[in-house]
Design a protein around this ligand. Sequence first.
Ligand code: UDX
Length: 461
Amino acid sequence: MEYGNKPHTNAHCLVLPFPIQGHINPMLQFSKRLEHKGVRVTLALTHFIFNKTKHSHQSSASSITAETISDGYDGEEAPSIEEYLTRFRCIGSETLTALVEKLRRSGQPVDCIIYDSFVPWALDVAKELGLVGAAFLTQSCAVCNVYYNVFSGGLEIPVTAAEEIRVPGLPPPPLWVADLPSFVGVPESYPALLDVVVSQFANLGEADWVLGNTFHKLEEEVVDWMANIWPMRTIGPTIPSMYLDKRLLNDREYGLSMFNPKTSDCMNWLDQHPNGSVVYVSFGSVAELGLKQMEELTLGLKNTNCYFLWVVRATEEAKLPKNFAAETAEKGLVVSWCPQLEVLAHPGVGCFVTHCGWNSTLEALSLGVPMVGIPQWTDQPTNAKYVMDVWGTGVRARPDGDGLVTGAEVERCVREVMEGERGNEIRKNAMKWRELAKEAVGEGGSSDKNIDEFVTSLIRF
Ligand code: UDX
């Protein structure tokens, strides 16, 4: 699938994301940055993702193409995460190798495989084929560093609730168990996924580049610490400049979306509301809220009396109280998916109630939108901790003894962010980080220079 045609240098990167939306987005956006620097990019998508995102393969002024590899299931349900990962490793390695060969035979030899660090076997493929191997970290450096320390023995798990946790390389504030990524804080919850996040580091020492979707000023100390171990470079935020500059918002870029965004519904609705008046709510592409949590959230949102735009994925819709949409039609809009970057860049949005997935966190931070963090699992608790206690761009909701964020707590947090003294402080910080993010990826910024260095090395190669 060809997206368009643009001139390119001789350098050709094959980009392999882990097949979930939150990993595809940053790698696609990074691919676009490479393309702007003259690099030819081919995406290696699993058959499942290729087919699922077909509707969004919009042709545009881009030369990025997508090819397929197999995860061994190709859309059929895997019996377990463990079996999926094992088969993906085996069949993925074979079909990735075959894809590189196919591209070589068709006169498009690949120089470098940029692979999601969740699939470290791709580095073995790159090395076997004599290619440059660049690991792409899709999560924050703070989170990656926690995982690395579990791998290297710097952090012993399990940790106990009473412990203040100091992780080598991570500057204060110290973390508590509830601030750790869930796979580490509760290691028995998803042992297969704990294995994935820890195993990222098994061969990372052999990577030619380690690219982090963050920016230097955001995670300065931990980035510098990691750069002492690996050829680490920050290249983020991987957000198109048109959103960072809040310009050309009618010029939609192509994406690879597994969901169908209700773009005009959302944007027309937002246009009708005053600046800073809307609470945008989304829990990303994976999280599933419990029935009771959903109920509390609806209650909290209603009680804030704010306008709200809420993304409830089709698979979650049945959890909404009956008649909710009709009852709240004057105040809210519920959609199954939205163009999140456009939404966050809209002046109507005053606050983002988020699960704190790394993309959502980085997007809100880079677009200057204050957050209310309601983390669910994986890296989200750590991101929420940083949003509140390190970057000061939001508050984290406190769950009750049963792990439930009550309606009253949702209301308290939204009010804190939207109103009053604390809200002003948060908005000021949000603006500061927005400028720093823009600076990092702007011409000559820290991330921009790192991308140039990477591209130059490929051209030499
Ligand atoms: C997953 C993990 O859950 C997350 O913790 C990890 O950091 C990355 O991988 P996900 O849960 O989907 O990702 O969350 P997030 O990282 O925030 O990514 C969601 C992406 O989908 C964002 O880029 C966001 O802009 C986009 N999105 C979300 C939309 O485009 N529309 C929506 O309606 C909701």
